[in-house]
Structures are given as C-alpha cells and as structure tokens.
Design a protein around this ligand. Structure first.
Ligand code: PMP
Length: 439
C-alpha cells in the first residue's frame, strides 16, 4: 500500500537509490542507462559533483529568501547569464519552479501587456492541436492533448487550436517544405481573422514538439512565417521551450536554429537538470517596459519564485555546460544517435520515422512504412517498449494515445549531454534488442 498518490498505485515501481553520470541504480542494485533524462530533464546526468557542491554552498549561506523582502546574488547572476545568452532582446527573466508555472506566467504576462496598452479585448490564445504546455489550468487549456483536457473541460478557459507542423504525416507529397510552412501560416492567419485580430493575445507553440509526439522539429521557415503573421496582427508569439530549450537541441535556445525571436519564451527542465525544481519565463524589452512604465510590476507571484538554492543549482549546471563545451557534444552525439538509429532500423517495417535535433530524438512506430498506419492502440506498444527497455537496463520515454485526433506510438530519447560515443552506441544496441523483443 502506497501513501503517495503522485504515481499510479497499481503499477509496482522499484525504488531509485543512486545515480551516477548517465546511470541510475535501483534498490536491487540493477543499473539503467538514463537515455531520456526522466522527461528530458537530467541533461548533466546524475550526481554531478560541481552541482552538488554549489547546492551545498548555497545551503550554507542562504537557502531561501522571499522575493518581496530580498533578492539574492545567485538569482541575479543566473538572470544575467540567461539574458546574455538569449536571442534578441529577451532581456527580462522571471523565475518559477517548473514548466507549467512558466507557461502560466507567459500567458498572464501577455494578457497584462495588452491591458497596459489598453487593448483589453485581446484575450484569446491560439495554440496547436499537437502540443503539451503543462497540467495547471491555463497551460492545460491551451494544450492540445484531448485526453488530458477532457475531465477538466468545464474549468478551462476558451482556447483555440490550429494544425501542428508535423511534416512526416501532414506535408503533402505535392508540396515543398516552403509551401507546407506557408499553408500552416495561412491557417494561423485565417484563425486570427475568424476570431477577430483585435481579440487575439498570443500564439503559443513548442519550438520542437516534445511530450505529445516525440521530438518533432518544425520545417525550415515555419517559425519565421508564423512570426510574420503574428507581427501583422499585433499578436504576441510565445515559444514554449520547457523541454526543447537549454541546450537539448544543441543551442541554448532552440529557436536560435530557426532564426526567430519570440516575445516570450518559457524554459524549465534542463535549466536545473533535475537537481532542483526551477523554470523561467523570459520576455522582451517591449513587454517589460510597458508593464514597468504602466502599473509598475507584473501582477503575479508564487512563494518560491527566484528560490536561491534552485538558482544555485541551475547556475552550476549552466556553467558546467559552457565550461565543458557540452553543446558541441550535443550536436555531435545527436548526429551519431540519429545516424545509428537510421542504420539499425533501416529495414524495420514498424519504424516509420526517426527525427529530432541535437540529443532530442523521436521515433514513430507504425503498422507499415508505406501506409504509415499507426499500430493498434490496444497493443499499447509504447508501454511494452518502456517496460522491456527497463528490463534491458535502458530508460526511454514512451508516448501513445490520441494525438491531434490520430493515434500513434512514439519513443523519445533525450540522453544526458555528457554521453560519449560508446554510450550512444550502447543506447542504440539496447533499444534495438528491445524493439526486436516487442515487435
Ligand atoms: N511545456 C512543455 C513543452 C513540456 O514538455 C512540459 C512538461 N513535459 C511542460 C510545459 C510542463 O512542465 P512541468 O511538468 O514542469 O510543469
């Protein structure tokens, strides 16, 4: 009998007792390669000495001070680091405790911005059907996962959805990438026009889709075309990089790869790498100045914003990534990972697509490659792969269920940035064994 209910009591789970580098160990002494970092969180692996030292030092000095009384040097330093690294003039950082909180802050920032400039009609959020933005009510409202939303529909604010950028299934064979991107941008424009441009606050999208479909990057120029549509109608662009940001794709901010600067960006998971719960919402000078010169401050807040120990852990994580040039490793190992997956599964009838950027890689499973028909959901292939991989000492993040009204099974790989060439080959070998055992 378990007394925690943050997990399914019907599923028996081993107890994790130790973590070192890319490996986790359970109470039976079994070791697992953490090839997904939980949910793309543990980007530095486990038990990193520099991060542990920084946390200890922070606890010895000041663990926590409420932000209405004090700031802390470590929160200021982390904000300076993020501001210097962020593209464009995303110069202002609001620290929270995780991804959903970062998205809530983004939505409220967008709304307050329009209230300050007297465009109070702007209240609509448009997002994409294939998306996950968190489980708090605002984030859940804009997310596209029908199953997660369903029981809570009466509690959710009205949100609007357009098609995702999902080239594997939706780009027509008669269409170039550019034409596909233009079609999607037109769909967003039509939605804005349908709602009335003066009523739309923001368009929200994950730069690279994560939890709903296993690392789906946008086609080239998609985000640029979306940015142009938003600008045309004064709609803010919010990019959610809670999963894809902080180096996961090989750049600290994934949108750098698309040449686009949003008005607001959210980050979390890799920011603290699991050593402490932390997220952040960054906004541009335009939004910050309007709010500060208007009512004076962002009308929001949580008890643990800017938590000093969380900021210390995060600063140590980010310094380590920079000092060890780990983003170069992310790009190199990511190429290797996708290359080896393509080679291993070149003739596999059920591996439909292998995609992603950096060490953020998705594999889509199908009945057959030709028709791309999804596997029968009753088979719960994703769950069987997760269980079998665990048996084989490998942790992968599986997904299945209704996505954009369609069904599919996916596997997400998000190994730590410290992975070596041999680690990547080990991951692919164990995954190959797992897929042969299950399919
Ligand atoms: N946005 C995205 C893109 C995510 O992937 C997630 C978590 N999977 C969230 C928001 C919510 O983050 P959290 O679980 O930390 O609240």
């Amino acid at each position: 009998m378990t007394h925690v209910f943050h997990r399914n009591p019907k599923v028996s789970l081993k107890t994790a007792v130790n973590g070192k580098g890319i490996r986790l160990f359970d109470s039976d002494g079994k070791s697992y390669i953490d090839a997904c970092g939980g949910a793309a969180v543990s980007c530095l692996g486990h038990g990193h000495p520099a991060v542990i030292e920084a946390i200890k030092h922070q606890l010895d000095t000041i663990a926590y001070a409420h932000t209405s009384f004090f700031t802390t040097q470590v929160a200021e330093d982390l904000a300076d680091f993020l501001q210097k690294k962020a593209p464009g003039n995303l110069n202002h950082v609001y620290f929270v405790s995780g991804g959903s909180e970062a998205v809530e802050a983004a939505m409220k920032l967008a709304r307050q911005y329009f209230v300050e400039i007297d465009q109070t009609e702007r209240r609509h959020f448009i997002a994409r059907r294939q998306s996950y933005h968190g489980n708090t009510l605002g984030a859940l409202a804009i997310g596209g996962n029908a199953w997660r939303r369903q029981p809570f529909l009466p509690l959710l604010i009205e949100a609007h959805h357009v098609s995702p950028c999902y080239a594997y299934r939706d780009q027509l064979s008669s269409e170039s990438e550019e034409q596909y991107a233009s079609r999607l941008a037109r769909e967003l424009e039509d939605k804005i026009l349908e709602l009335g441009p003066s009523t739309v606050a923001a368009f929200v999208a994950e730069t690279v889709v994560g939890a709903t479909a296993g690392a789906v990057p946008p086609v080239k120029t998609y985000l640029q075309k979306i940015r142009a549509v938003c600008d045309k109608y004064g709609v803010l662009l919010i990019l959610d990089e809670v999963m894809s940001g902080m180096g996961r794709t090989g750049h600290l901010f994934a949108c750098e790869e698309d040449g686009v600067v949003p008005d607001i960006i959210t980050i979390a998971k890799g920011l603290g790498a699991g050593y402490q719960p932390i997220g952040a919402t960054l906004c541009t000078d335009k939004i910050y100045d309007v709010i500060v010169n208007g009512s004076g401050f962002f009308q929001h807040g949580h008890t643990y914003i800017g938590h000093a120990t969380a900021c210390a852990a995060s600063l140590a994580v980010q310094k380590t990534i920079q000092e060890q040039n780990l983003l170069a490793n992310v790009l190199q190992r990511g190429e290797q990972l996708r290359g080896e997956l393509h080679q291993t599964f070149a003739n596999h009838p059920h591996i439909g697509d292998i995609r992603g950027r950096g060490l953020f890689v998705g594999i889509e499973l199908v009945q057959d490659r030709e028709s791309k028909k999804p596997l029968d959901p009753a088979l719960k292939t994703h769950a069987r792969i997760k269980a079998q991989a665990k048996e084989n000492g490998l942790l992968v993040y599986p997904m299945g269920g209704t996505i954009d009204g369609r069904l599919g099974d996916h596997i997400l790989l998000a190994p730590p940035f410290i992975c070596t060439e041999a680690d990547i080959s080990d991951i692919v070998g164990r995954l190959s064994d797992t897929v042969s055992q299950v399919l």
